[in-house]
Every structure is written in structure tokens, then in C-alpha cells.
Design a protein around this ligand. Sequence first.
Ligand SMILES: [Zn+2]
Length: 100
Amino acid sequence: MKTCSECKNEMTEMSSKTPEGVVYKYFKCEKCGEEIVDMKQLHNVAEKYREMKKYHVKLSKWGLSMGLRIPKELIKKYNFKNEEEVTLIPEDKGIKIIPS
Ligand SMILES: [Zn+2]
């Protein structure tokens, strides 16, 4: 359990989301409103960001459409083949690519 450094009240572990949709945890003191993130929680968020960044790719214009490069790790993981047709499923927060 964490104790508030301001008022010594017991702190509750809360969970929130960054604008990118990364879930993170932090401690909040319900008495004075003090919020802290400990090393373990910080490490977890950093790890999630590292995972996200791994697959950061740039879109490039192809005529009126746009193309993106799929990193080789993902090609391997999903066994994508050259010229293979895939299905794009638009979702609220992005587009899902389904191998055929
Ligand atoms: Zn407090």
C-alpha cells in the first residue's frame, strides 16, 4: 500500500488511459487529490509505448490512395505473401488488417 506524502492518507491504485489509448496505473489520494506514479507503473507504460513504437510506420501516397510498409516482423508473424489480398476492417480507433 502507498501512503500519501502530503497528508499520510492511504492511496488507491487507479487506472487511466493516455490519448493514444495506452492504459496506465497510478496512485491517487482521495483525501487531498495527490497523484503519483511509482517506478513499476512507469516501467509498464514505457514498455507499452516501446511496443507501439516498434510498429510505427509512415503512410505514402499512391495515386489517390495511400500505402504503408508492413515491418518484416509482422510479415513473418502473419505469414503475409507478396501480392496477397488482405481485408481491411475500419474500427473506431484504427484499421484492422486481416490476412486472407
Ligand atoms: Zn493526500
